[in-house]
Design a protein around this ligand. Sequence first.
Ligand SMILES: C[S@@+](CC[C@H](N)C(=O)[O-])C[C@H]1O[C@@H](n2cnc3c(N)ncnc32)[C@H](O)[C@@H]1O
Length: 439
Amino acid sequence: MTDKPRAATPAARTTQEVPATRETGDAREAQGAYPVGLRLANRRVVVLGAGQVAQRRLPALLAAGADVTLIAPSATPSVEAMAEAGELRWERRRYREGDLADAWYALISTDDPAANAAASAEAEANRVWCVRSDDAEAATAWTPATGRSEGVTVAVLTGRDPRRSAAVRDAVVEGLRDGTIAAPRHRSRTPGVALVGGGPGDPDLITVRGRRLIAEADVVIADRLGPRDLLDELPPHVEVIDAAKIPYGRFMAQEAINSALIEHAKAGRAVVRLKGGDPFVFGRGMEEAEALAEAGIPCTVVPGVSSAISVPGAAGIPVTHRGVAHEFTVVSGHVAPDDPRSLVDWQALARLRGTLVLLMAVERIGAIAEALIAYGRSPQTPVAVVQEGTTAAQRRVDATLATVGETVRAEGVRPPAVVVIGEVVAVGARTTGREPADS
Ligand SMILES: C[S@@+](CC[C@H](N)C(=O)[O-])C[C@H]1O[C@@H](n2cnc3c(N)ncnc32)[C@H](O)[C@@H]1O
């Protein structure tokens, strides 16, 4: 062990994080700790005692690849399971002098103070860094409150206040996860595109992963729908491109977006393609993923909360309800039922008893409702149209299948809106105190 550092002098020792027992000295002790990341892979680590402390510390030691020897006459069921799974070597006995020989690091947590003291003295003599659960003063190492998020390890030492450490750790890890703390990768970053589903519009309804990727992006290419408020929070160096404004003819728009994605990714930038709802629900997400694959550019897909479910939900409408609807079908209404380009079997849909959710249907809702009635769905079927769901401008208009075409026109409902057809609309009305629309 010639390459190991010399033992710390008593004055420089740090202590394991334990609850405060006195008011003074916290800052001094925290300052005395020298933070370091131990690379324990395949290095011998000895754990004495197999109670709650060992149970909490072992997973991180094993995750670091440490070669763990556990010495304890008995163990908690979780620790026992680790031994049974072959994750560590368990010697079912008490501590004996010599157990720490050749160890790089030791965790001493038996319920026998004399054994802990003896093991601690052996660690000191052998220059093995050791953590003690019972006597922080006697320890030569101190376990920080740790957390991880996407390749970042957060370790916090505050002296004698473990709850404070945990609170700081939680705040930082949460910030990293939700992207409020940006941790852009500058080294070993794989250039590529993240296809992120932004949810229906409320910035709180994007996923944690989506938000983090936006915070780490160099370029964000965004649609008109989705959480546009998030874009205002981005630092000035992030280039935000409005997909709707990429200059090309209307029919070239998708090709132009694909080219922009490829171009920026090839330039080594972290690109986020931010889409409304979920990228694969009427979002052309797969077309973009295919174009990127063809260009040899890695693409990550981050699912999003689709407006098909969340917008009705935000307006108090469950798309299914026990005893009312056992299915819901999401349909695009972007072409009329009699349009030769339509791939929708409206006749079959009219026979279903469950919920129909129509996207992109505002302009053709009259023709769609007529077709459904003609094919047999009751004209009294309740219908709700929810415009700009989950945003401050959310608005719900109720009708029936017979009246919805005229109601949408008269009320001036505009896209984006989700149309919900079925008895679930009335279920929602019961809880929100709404009167069902007149037939
Ligand atoms: C091109 S589709 C994209 C759907 C999206 N990928 C999703 O999963 O929500 C656009 C349609 O989604 C619906 N939509 C999206 N966001 C909406 C919102 N906040 N309120 C109401 N409808 C919305 C509208 O029907 C709109 O015409």
